[in-house]
Design a protein around this ligand. Structure first.
Ligand SMILES: Nc1ncnc2c1ncn2[C@@H]1O[C@H](COP(=O)(O)OP(=O)(O)OP(=O)(O)O)[C@@H](O)[C@H]1O
Ligand SMILES: [Mg+2]
Length: 250
């Protein structure tokens, strides 16, 4: 048995002439926390969506454990149930409470009976420390609370990996802190995560590997120390300088 939870092999995705993902390969092992960062429009979200098969790659393979998801005939709904996904813009059903949102995901994806779905939804809300919101509707919650409900929804079904696409970029700095605390707790528990984020202090604290992504490909990878001490490529150097200046101004 391999401890590789997820793998991309030579993945490509074009939108017309635009090469959004160009020959990207990556392996994520159990308990890994990897962080993808890079300029806007460079294809980070497209790659993450390809990993979850929410967007079909044009070429290349995606593996979940030993199962190749890009082969024809794979039950993608079943595979996606093992992947948690947290979006940049928070998608909660407006007509359902926090508890209802998490519960619905469990009932639809895992086909759990109502009682079991409720118990697991409550446990997930407790884990992200938002039980006080369980009976609130999305418009009665802060952005940070809503995003933590989104995280609860992703972890409730106990997935093999959680993919998070800039989970804090729509939030102001105070609410960002709340969501980062939640991610830090998940990291401590050994949750396997692939995160697109530009939260550098968080990256420094929890990521084993940072992946600098530009123009559809991986330009440079290394530990946070490597990137903070001085990456090799000019593009990563420039980007780090910009992002560190921005963080210290905030
Ligand atoms: N469904 C789509 N149809 C056509 N073009 C798309 C589609 N989705 C993304 N693109 C284009 O693909 C490129 C990569 O987009 P993507 O959203 O993956 O970038 P990103 O790195 O996540 O950017 P950001 O940091 O702003 O979120 C962009 O030029 C974008 O306009
Ligand atoms: Mg994006």
């Amino acid at each position: 048995m391999t401890d590789i939870v997820m793998e991309a092999r030579n993945v490509y995705k074009n939108y017309g002439k635009l090469e959004a993902v160009r020959n990207v390969s990556m392996q994520i092992r159990k308990g890994d926390i990897k962080l993808i960062f890079g300029p806007s429009g460079s294809g980070k979200s497209t790659f993450l969506r390809c990993m979850a098969m929410l967007t079909m790659p044009d070429k290349g393979e995606i593996y979940l454990g030993e199962q190749c998801l890009t082969k024809p005939g794979v039950d993608l709904n079943k595979a996606r149930a093992r992947i948690g996904f947290v979006f940049q813009h928070i998608y909660l059903f407006r007509h359902l409470t926090a508890l209802g949102n998490v519960e619905l995901a469990l009932r639809q994806v895992l086909k759990l009976p109502k009682e079991e779905a409720r118990a697991r939804a409550l446990a997930a809300l407790k884990e992200v420390k938002v039980t006080e919101c369980m009976n609130k509707y999305p418009n009665q919650m802060s952005g940070g609370q809503q995003q933590r409900i989104g995280i609860a929804r992703a972890i409730a079904r106990n997935p093999d990996i959680i993919l998070l696409d800039e989970p804090t970029s729509a939030l102001d700095p105070e609410l960002t802190g709340e969501v980062i605390d939640t991610l830090r707790d998940l990291a401590k528990e050994g949750t396997t995560m692939l995160i697109v984020s530009h939260e550098m202090p968080f990256a420094r604290e929890v990521a084993e590997e940072m992946i600098f992504y530009d123009e559809g490909s991986i330009v440079e990878t290394g530990t946070p120390v490597h990137f903070f001490n001085g990456p090799h490529s000019e593009r990563a150097k420039k980007f780090m300088t910009r992002i560190i200046n921005r963080t210290t101004r905030e």
